[in-house]
Ligand binder design. Structure first.
Ligand code: R5P
Length: 312
């Protein structure tokens, strides 16, 4: 594929390599050095002049350092005369900070969008934003992919005749609708209440028929797991036969993996937008790759073809 190069930040090199394999190109060579004063230096180790360059970096720990590394890479590529630079963020940083719902707070997702443009990104490619309105934060073109079809293709291999899709909270209703349509299943909604990130979310009601059903809880991400575990207990207490879950982003913060291992949740299907460290993997987690999807989107962007056509 001429004129196309893909580089990887430090956050998820295995995904970047998989994307390159799917594209049939070698991963671009770059090197990040962390000095004793904690400053980072990125060196692009091959010519990128007039190239169409994509940089893969996802939002995972160490988050601030990964964000900064991406910004420095974008700057280095721009100043190395790349023709166009696209930041590929499978999981967008600070996506949950998307509104001013308290006085004197930052809308940090918008700040992230500004920083990417200021550092030299000409475009952004991201996936399953916490709220689709974040797309409006960008002054540069932003392509928004979804991992829902990848997950549904996988789920369809199972017997779903007794299943119902359950939105883990009403804010997730639209995405849950996408799951339900693709899987041709009925839908139900959990009413979840919480007031802050630290307060455990509680499922307080379910709207829809879940009695004796195999519930498939869906959400954009699992972070502390509070939403999923509370919903699982609630659904089982309300008469569900079993509960499993599907999310695009397996954030699995803190001890979520341990809680998952001990919860009544049967299995968790997720994608590899975020790497799951080996110590957090449990036999309940199934990880599906979105590398081919991203590679196809990169090819289309490179060729000037529609990206939205991928999801019709
Ligand atoms: C919330 O609005 C999101 O859609 C998820 O439900 C939330 O991010 C999950 O977080 P946790 O796993 O910490 O409950």
């Amino acid at each position: 594929m001429s004129g196309l190069k893909v580089f990887s930040g430090s956050s998820h090199p295995s995904l970047a390599s998989e994307i390159c394999d799917a594209l049939g190109i070698p991963l671009g060579r770059s090197h990040t050095v962390r000095f004793s004063n904690e400053n980072l230096k990125v060196k692009i180790e091959e010519n990128v002049r007039e190239e169409d360059v994509f940089v893969v970096q996802t939002a995972c720990p160490p988050l601030s350092e990964n964000i900064l590394e991406l910004l420095i890479m974008l700057d280095a590529l721009k100043h190395a005369s790349a023709r166009r630079v696209t930041a590929v963020l499978p999981y967008f940083p600070y996506a949950r900070s998307d509104k001013k719902d308290e006085p004197r707070i930052s809308i940090t997702a918008r700040l992230m969008a500004d920083l990417l443009g200021a550092a030299g990104a000409d475009r952004v490619l991201t996936m399953d934003l916490h709220s689709p309105q974040i797309q409006g934060f960008f002054t540069i073109p932003a392509d928004h992919l979804t991992g829902v079809p990848v997950i549904c293709d996988h789920l369809r291999k199972n017997d779903l005749s007794n299943s119902v899709v359950v939105a883990a909270d009403v804010g997730e209703a639209k995405d849950a609708g996408r799951f339900a349509r693709r899987l041709d299943l009925p839908i139900a909604f959990i009413d979840k209440r919480r007031s802050g990130d630290d307060e455990n979310p509680r499922a307080v009601a379910v709207i829809g028929d879940i009695r004796e059903k195999d519930c498939l809880l869906v959400d954009d991400e699992i972070a502390t797991g509070g939403t999923m575990f509370s919903a699982t207990e609630f659904l089982l207490a309300q008469g569900a036969r079993s509960v499993s879950a599907a999310v695009v982003h397996p954030v699995l913060s803190g001890r979520a993996h341990e809680k998952l291992a001990h919860s009544a949740l049967g299995r968790l299907v997720a994608t590899n937008t975020i790497p799951i460290p080996a110590e957090k993997m449990t036999s309940k987690i199934e990880v599906l790759s979105i590398a081919q999807l991203i590679a196809t989107a990169i090819t289309r962007i490179h060729d000037g073809r529609s990206v939205s056509e991928l999801f019709v």
